[in-house]
Design a protein around this ligand. Structure first.
Ligand code: A2P
Length: 277
């Protein structure tokens, strides 16, 4: 899902927003019957930090906007904006959004924000990006940002899903990042990708919390045990995942960072298409 490398003509020029608050869809990929990704043009002047989210949406039948938070999955140097969505059965937005096609317009908020940004973390050696489900979206941005590799010697992206097919999007992003002509060598040199699947046959078949708790992730990747001195974490998943990781690492001496007081971990709930903020 890399956009600046594939030389396909952009349908919506990045410099020409269609109208205030609207962008045009430039590609759509359905990964499973419940998961899809799409890209849009990027309005001139639309700035964000890798890892942030923005409100996006469509009009309902009465023309009223239905807006939800979506992590931006593309890096901040890209001239398109990419998003990754689950389809929530009966969900007011995603039941419509699942039918978007190239050339359609969607509404885009103006103020990206969010806590999964590098500036909320103190300098460290290793950056762990822990995700479940669509929680990989902000990390799809962060693993393609050269700034990430300037700040950290090693980056570990973990992605846990119930089934193997739900890993497809993340795997494609990682593969494309590794092959990218500009950032590929950084990614190949520094990024570890650690997928786990809990309800299908897979070589990593436990919850990520189990791999962290017994140190088998570090053993497999030849990394030292987790330590708040050198390690930094970003967490994006379900409420349960976020809570369990936060409890585990807080007990190990990690503290949550803010813009005014950067620290050793940050956390954000994965946005699920039609979920509440
Ligand atoms: P599990 O299958 O054991 O529930 P979901 O689709 O429910 O958001 O789950 C996505 C993935 O995250 C699944 O592999 C699921 O494992 C895992 N998961 C859910 N809750 C937690 C948690 N509290 N800690 C670790 N992994 C979790």
């Amino acid at each position: 899902m890399m956009h600046s490398t594939d030389n396909t003509p952009h349908i919506a020029s990045a410099a020409t927003p269609l109208s205030d608050g609207q962008v045009q869809v430039s590609d759509v990929t359905h990964w499973t019957d419940r998961l899809f990704s799409f890209s849009t043009g990027r309005p001139a002047g639309f700035r964000f930090r890798s890892g942030e989210f923005v409100m996006l949406g469509l009009a309902d039948d009465d023309g009223k906007p239905i807006m939800r938070a979506y992590s931006i999955a593309s890096p901040n140097w890209d001239d398109r904006l990419a998003f990754y969505s689950i389809i929530v059965p009966g969900g007011p937005l995603t039941s419509r959004l699942q039918h978007i096609a190239v050339g359609d317009q969607i509404m885009l908020g103006k103020k990206p924000t969010g806590s999964l940004v590098l500036d909320r973390l103190r300098p460290g050696k290793r950056l762990y990006l822990i995700s479940t489900g669509t929680g990989i979206a902000p990390f799809a941005s962060i693993i393609r940002d050269p700034d990430t590799y300037d700040r950290f010697e090693t980056v570990i992206l973990t992605h846990s899903c119930r089934t193997v097919d739900a890993l497809g999007y993340g795997k494609a992003v990682v593969d494309a990042a590794r092959q990218h002509p500009l950032i590929g060598s950084l990614v190949r040199g520094k990024l570890h990708y650690f997928p786990t699947v809990t309800r299908d046959d897979f070589h990593h078949n436990r919850r990520i919390t189990a791999y962290l708790q017994d140190g088998s992730l570090q053993q497999e990747l030849n990394l030292p045990p987790l330590s708040s001195v050198d390690d930094r974490l970003m967490v994006c998943g379900s409420i349960g995942l976020n809570r369990d990781i936060a409890t585990m690492i807080t007990a190990a001496g990690f503290t949550e960072g803010t813009m005014n007081d950067p620290a050793t971990f940050v956390v954000e709930r994965a946005f699920v298409g039609d979920g509440a903020l």
